[in-house]
Design a protein. Structure first.
Length: 300
């Protein structure tokens, strides 16, 4: 599973392109758009080249090109037409498709060109929420169904994280305008999924607050030192995998015991595992959020 995936089923193509398998079969038969190999049991098997071609075709199709017209375009000319469409059109659904192509082909240039095209008419915040966030949600499903390999996921998520960090740095050249609270962002031990936390750091700084970003797998004991650096400290953590539902209650108890409930702090938590903390079990020092949007709204 850790190898780069080079062969795809028709269901993989459906998952990645959004085009139904039935339609793909019709396009194959009527227009000879794809030429799959077949197994001994007559099951279609598609190459990486076929997948790239289908994603290109899908992008053109969603931009008003009739499938009959696409079928007449020389295969070698399709990528150039696609790049022209992407450069002229910042429609978000097209961008998501372009980012998928960049991911499948490990194409950093296509990722950057698509991103820069969007940036002409959209803020980074808008791009993240309307393009990157839906893309990341879709990647989770693609990974779970083995449609893409971990290599694909790591490639695209690291490029997105680069953009979050760059845009965060642009904000950090200014002093915080709000000094009534400080946010300390961290992930608990054995938690490494930091893209959501990185984006929240960007949003909090954008709101004018000071943040202290600690990142992945931080022991609770090391957080106590932060209480000496500010008053009204808000610890913020993203529980994607850890602590899991069997450990989350103990984690909260340990957090309050180690930091001391008498100190001036609160713990904000978000992420999949946070849902397993029962409402009646949430101490007064803890606030749980069901979405990034709700957490950001709390900052106003």
């Amino acid at each position: 599973m850790n190898n780069v995936k080079k062969n795809f089923s028709i269901r993989d193509l459906e998952n990645l392109s959004g085009i139904k398998a039935h339609t793909i079969r019709i396009w194959e038969k009527r227009y000879n758009l794809l030429e799959p190999e077949r197994t001994n049991t007559n099951i279609r098997n598609y190459s990486l080249t076929s997948l790239q071609k289908l994603l290109n075709i899908t992008l053109l199709y969603h931009n008003g090109y009739k499938i009959s017209k696409i079928a007449k375009i020389a295969e070698t000319e399709i990528p150039a037409i696609v790049k022209d469409v992407v450069s002229k059109n910042s429609v978000k659904s097209n961008a998501i498709n372009a980012f998928k192509m960049a991911m499948i082909n490990f194409d950093t240039t296509l990722f950057l060109n698509t991103y820069n095209s969007l940036l002409h008419k959209n803020s980074f915040k808008d791009i993240f929420n309307t393009v990157f966030l839906p893309l990341l949600n879709e990647l989770g499903l693609l990974w779970q169904t083995n449609t893409i390999s971990p290599s694909h996921e790591h490639f695209i998520t690291n490029l997105i994280k680069q953009k979050i960090v760059i845009n965060t740095e642009l904000l950090q050249v200014k002093q915080p305008s709000k000094t009534d609270k400080t946010f300390v962002l961290f992930l608990p031990e054995n938690e490494i999924h930091d893209i959501g936390l990185l984006y929240l750091n960007f949003e909090i700084i954008l709101k004018g607050y000071k943040t202290i970003y600690l990142g992945q797998t931080v022991p609770i004991a090391s957080l106590k030192d932060l209480l000496a650096y500010s008053t009204n400290t808000h610890f913020l953590s993203y529980f994607t995998v850890e602590p899991n539902k069997t450990k989350i209650r103990k984690y909260i108890d340990d957090f309050n015991e180690i930091l001391g409930e008498e100190d001036d702090y609160s713990l904000w938590i978000i992420g999949h595992q946070a849902q397993y903390l029962e409402v009646q079990e949430i101490p007064k020092t803890v606030k749980r959020f069901n979405s990034i949007e709700k957490l950001i709204n709390e900052l106003d």
